[in-house]
Design a protein around this ligand. Sequence first.
Ligand SMILES: [Zn+2]
Length: 473
Amino acid sequence: MDYSKLDYEKLGFKCGLEIHQQIEGKKLFCNCPTLNSKEKPDIRFERRLRAVAGETGDVDKAAKYETRKAKKYIYEADSRDCCLVEMDEEPPHPINKDAVDVCLQVALVLKAKIVDEIQVMRKTVVDGSNVSGFQRTALVAYDGSLETSKGIVRIPTICVEEEAAQKVETTKDYTKYRLDRLGIPLIEIATGPDIKDNEHAKEVAEKLGMILRSTKKVKRGIGTIRQDVNVSIRGKNRVEIKGFQEIRTMPAVIEREVKRQLSLKKKEEAHVRKVEPDGSTSYLRPMPGAARMYPETDVVPLKPDLKNIGAVKLISDEAKELEKIGLSKDLAYKLVKSEKKELFDQLVKNRNVKPSFIAETLVSYTPEILRNYKGKDPFRIKDEHFIRIFEALNKGEITKDSVMELLVDVASGKELIIEKSKAVSDEEIEKEVKKVVSENKNASVGALMGILMGKFRGRADGKKVMEILKKNV
Ligand SMILES: [Zn+2]
């Protein structure tokens, strides 16, 4: 059978996503900062965990699976972002309201209904990634929706929960975790099984990611957002895929999973799979059941307060506004996704400078300096440097070509001296043109231009030089 062209609808493809995104600020149930420290640990202790029965009375299947492997858990942490709460030696503090507010903001964007009261629950976790043996989670909103190019995708739940500890080492005898990550607030968004095909999954993941980043209150970088994808086709059990490194790999991974399910010879149990670096997936563990939740009585329920929840300006809307002032779609997105949008808003007040040139400079100077100017440090360049350089450009004191040159100076640790790049006056250009023309009697216009631009080294506008040159040959 040829699976090269999959008809997702015909196959009874069902797919939903779960997005976990770390929120900036303090931890969810204590005052620790969320540094995600990787420094040498000054806290170290050991525990053994066992599976406990959930509220339905049975021990969860996934929990049993982990306990069978019963072993020692070693915990390490940096005391700067870990306290007795993470160590399970002190009860949780009241829930971090700022983190809840971020979830409320997102809930409003997704047109979800906000719960009357946020009740924290305990979710059994027995792989040792939570010292207490459970993860705290709370429903914040439900029944939301996301508009996509292929129809509405339902958002049944939006939760706030605590991040688990990070596994750093597994041996036959023990598993070692870093506790620094434990307790970082996460927003968890689950979609309904409304995703139509593999490309659609990517679109939904990207859109949710965009909404989350639009709050400007979520963490950025590798490992701060995770997408789990649930996939099944007609007649087969659901498989949950974890560990996507990049969203763009999602369509290929899903396609491979559908083909794998198609090629199954016998019935397979629902289970969790993990994405491998080559885009294939491998068995991780059984699917966790519903026996995992019970109320957390140590945390007082919180009434959501929408009074001070500001509206989120979506990155996609911001990008559209930038397109209106002449930025390409690609550049507009790059800029709003970068941390330079605020600086751009300030620099764009220099009316004589094209907004697209400002944007291009802001999104490209770091990679360009790192690539082309070895040993220079673009992180030396501060907002004030940009402000001075673009003001000079606006007044015509320097040319566009000098902008990068000046930035490289700053990146080299030199003082920013605008004077040195001051644009050459028309009179000076004319004088130099006459001199060069007389010295190079048989040279072509192109060759003369080359000589002249080499002399001015970015301090004169090429168009102007050409104009004056043409008058003098
Ligand atoms: Zn703490």
